[in-house]
Design a protein around this ligand. Sequence first.
Ligand SMILES: Cc1ncc(COP(=O)(O)O)c(C=O)c1O
Length: 389
Amino acid sequence: MQYDFDEVVDRSGNHAAKYDERLKKFGTEDVIPLWIADMDFRTAQPIIDALKARADEGIWGYTARPESYFQAICGWQQRRNGWTIDPALMSWSLGVVQSLSVLVELFTPKGGAVLIQTPVYSEFYDVTEAWSRRVVENPFVERDGKWTVDWADFERKLDEVDMFLLCSPHNPLGIVWTPEELRRMAELCIAHGVQLVSDEIHSDLIFHGKKHTPVAKLSPEIAAHVVTCISGTKTFNLAGLQASAVVFPDRRMKKEFEAFWRRMDIHRNNAFSLIAMETAFNEGEEWLEQLLPYLSDNFDFIRDYCAAHIPRIKPSVPDATYLVWLDCRALNMSNAELRDFMIQKAKLGLNEGWSFGRQLSGFMRLNAACPRSVLEQALHQLEAAVNAL
Ligand SMILES: Cc1ncc(COP(=O)(O)O)c(C=O)c1O
């Protein structure tokens, strides 16, 4: 089947946080929302069909999670990434962020510390601070628009922390880590006795011939030291259905994780997420293979448009995710000025760069998972606003 990602879908009656929370987030509804990480595209038709059939059943009582649920995830990982997962070491949660949060609480000591590589998905700060753990930052080093790991700093900081939260691939910089880089990070964690947690939620959204490597796939020694969080919600635009999976190194950690949720009686999927995830992983590949080139063309469109018309804004084309990191430093604005400029002058709802790296100034993150015509309009508005400065 041929999918049309150019179609503009009206999400105004969709209870979409991306649209309906504009007033709360930006103080106005008059912005094109290119912020929170979901897509303005309808998902794969087999998923829609399966959910319609589930809806037609008319009974959505307590829902059991069959083995086929985990088998669908394992099959996907095997086919796409060559990663063989032992289903006995898998667990489930409502979302990757919830998993990260519980992992911080359970597997770091009270008063402990967590290492993150900044800029990074802002919830990495939040889930750490929510449990009164200390955030230790290993800031990326930027040279000519390329961001790389400061390895000496990384190793030094490992001495201070109990856990390392890895974003692989990386949001917001769109980095696909090489096997060598991942091995180096994992081996350093092992040597320093630091628990490695790898958030691989963006691992299906990969471009430019790059390949995602699940860090746990690198060796049995590394697999025995890493907790991996995966999900189909980013890949297939199902975030509102809330479901994710966790792969543990051993049964003890899995048991502790499950006991945490059971205390709150959170242990079942909702009736719709179950069928959506299974169908996505079993039948969603055709849709994904059409989505990826569309997203990649969106990145190129942004790069070319900015180069030709808004040279003071420098987008970095990501190798992963659908999130574009915008270097706006040439506008010479403080973070507050840049935020106001984007909202009031360009009328764009973007994420502020400093929320991903609190020491940063002059960056924004743009969600490019929308029809090209929407991006075109957004960039016209940005161009006009910059020209009026
Ligand atoms: C790196 C990363 N992890 C987790 C999430 C959210 O995961 P979930 O919706 O499963 O909590 C996001 C969403 O943007 C993300 O970018």
